[in-house]
Design a protein around this ligand. Structure first.
Ligand code: ADP
Length: 261
């Protein structure tokens, strides 16, 4: 039987981790993980020591997004502590490193929490200025528990401009407010598309929704990230755009967002 997660001491903080910031979305597929990784890289580019934790234990995507293979090494003789993986100067931990890719996760809530707490507590993170937590999508119990039991400094919400995604993002925002975690702002992903042939800007999912919503809800609007083939292709290849195209327009957008967070 799994022991209940030791959480009381975690809420008070984890030695070495100065700030933990959750990246969340009301629903899946809005680019939360892509934003989490590129935001982390942009924070690093701005001079901070950064870690990323994949809390999406049911569908871990960080190993693929960062092109990391292999397994974390033990950090002590008893094998209780693990060393984080590293990629592009980020320290990284994900359930994806610990279980084979095609293993379905059929865990219940308490086991998920316990795995997450272990990834926070039993990894030799070292001195980290900011840890980005890629949250599971949605606003269910797992997310609420996570928000409650992790010492979060704040949360960033990712949404597309679409009404539905915005509605879900609002739920996410309310969830963090309920547990008194400050919402640092909203990132609008897939904001617009610049046609590579004609240069025209197309607003595929509408425009301005997230900015207006942020204003209405009284939280900062952090920025707009375009829908772009280059973003997708580099993510799929495990070569995130902020790290591999640092002089490009996307990296600049993310560095600006990182300055706002
Ligand atoms: P989530 O974590 O919300 O489920 P992902 O980050 O996994 O979403 O993104 C879903 C898919 O959309 C991925 O294939 C990703 O590469 C792609 N994607 C995300 N943001 C963009 C973007 N701005 N432009 C192009 N493709 C994107």
């Amino acid at each position: 039987k799994q022991a209940p997660p030791k959480t009381a001491n975690l809420k008070a903080g984890i030695p070495g981790l100065r700030h933990i910031v959750a990246v969340a979305s009301g629903k899946g597929g809005v680019g939360k993980s892509t934003m989490a990784v590129n935001l982390a890289l942009a924070l690093k580019a701005n001079g901070l020591r950064v870690a990323v934790l994949d809390a999406d234990v049911y569908g871990p995507s960080l190993p693929k997004l960062l092109g990391i293979m292999g397994k974390p090494k033990a950090a002590d003789m008893e094998g209780k502590l693990m060393q984080p993986m590293e990629a592009y100067g980020l320290k990284v931990m994900s359930m994806g490193f610990l279980v084979p890719e095609d293993t379905p996760m059929i865990w219940r809530g308490p086991m998920v929490m316990s795995a997450l707490m272990q990834m926070l507590r039993d990894v030799t993170w070292g001195e980290i200025d900011i840890m980005i937590v890629d949250m599971p999508p949605g606003t269910g119990d797992a997310q609420l528990t996570l928000a409650q039991q992790t010492p979060l400094s704040g949360a960033v919400i990712v949404s597309t401009p679409q009404d539905l995604a915005l509605l879900d993002a609002r739920k996410g925002l309310n969830m963090f407010r309920k547990v008194s975690v400050p919402v640092l702002g909203i990132i609008e992903n897939m904001s617009y598309f610049i046609c590579t042939k004609c240069g025209e800007r197309h607003e595929i999912f509408g425009h301005g929704g997230a900015r207006a919503e942020a204003q209405r809800l009284g939280v900062p609007f952090l920025g707009e990230v375009p829908l772009d083939m280059e973003v997708r292709a580099r993510s799929d290849a495990g070569e995130p755009i902020v790290a591999t195209l640092p002089d490009g327009p996307h990296a600049a957008i993310f560095r600006n967002i990182a300055r706002e967070v």
